[in-house]
Write a protein that binds this ligand. Structure first.
Ligand code: SAH
Length: 227
């Protein structure tokens, strides 16, 4: 516990030194126990600034990338946020500390179930999660003040997601072009007009269509300690 705390404080200092200046984002990351979102065998690496496997061929994002995406969303407690790709649920919990309500969609049901158990354990009651294809967004809940997608789109973000963003809203998403990925920020200025800014080079798992069949990557699930 103490060792985790020291490692966590070192990580937060590293994030500050790496350009994360939003104190509320840093405070939110300090509140979420990253070690609880990763396989027990890797728990001692929870506060290194690296992505780690979470099963189904997916990863929990690198802390600096979580921090940069969150900072660029410019969140406040009135915002309704959509996240595509719940993964472990770690990023969702960081969002939940900073917004009014977070809606999150994951295409792998086993990952979603594990993430939902974490939301309950951490008593974060402002998260609504479903299994589905996030490329279609969440029409019943649209429009959103903010959209975050921690999985890489090919060439362009799905148009449906840009449509489900409020005017004045912000979306942050990695986009893959010629084998390179760049983290992009879209600010919606009018119905079809966006101010686009490239933030940093990144490496994310791909954004894939449709709900994942049970067999997809099922064999590589690391053993979880759920206790
Ligand atoms: N930020 C997460 C990491 C997410 S990894 C964390 O902190 O753990 C990206 C996730 O996006 C993966 O779990 C992947 O299954 C999911 N994903 C990819 N395409 C998707 C889609 N179309 N709809 C919903 N989830 C998707």
């Amino acid at each position: 516990m103490n060792a985790d705390n020291n490692r966590k404080i070192r990580l937060i200092m590293h994030l500050r030194n790496s350009g994360i200046t939003d104190m509320e984002v840093l405070a939110a990351m300090e509140k979420v126990p990253r070690e609880a979102f990763i396989p027990a065998a890797m728990a001692d690496r929870a506060y290194e600034d690296i992505a780690l496997p979470i099963g189904r061929g997916q990863t929990i994002s690198q802390p600096l990338v979580v921090a940069a995406m969150t900072q660029n969303l410019e969140l406040n407690d009135r915002h309704k946020v959509l996240e595509i790709g719940t993964g472990s649920g770690y990023q969702t919990c960081v969002l939940a500390h900073l917004c009014r309500r977070a809606y999150t969609i994951e295409r792998h049901k086993p990952l979603l179930r594990r993430a939902e158990a974490m939301f309950a354990q951490l008593r974060l009651h402002n998260i609504t999660a479903i299994a589905g294809d996030g490329m279609k967004g969440w029409p019943e809940q649209a429009p959103f003040d903010r959209i975050i997608c921690p999985a890489a789109a090919q060439g362009e973000p799905p148009p449906t997601l840009l449509e489900q963003l409020k005017i004045g809203g912000i979306m942050v998403i990695p986009v893959a072009v010629n084998d390179q990925q760049v983290l992009r920020r879209y600010k919606k200025e009018g119905e079809d007009t966006f101010a686009v800014k490239d933030l940093m080079a990144v490496r994310f798992v791909p954004l894939l269509p449709k709900l994942a069949p049970a067999s997809e990557n099922a064999k590589d699930d690391p053993h979880y300690n759920t206790g």
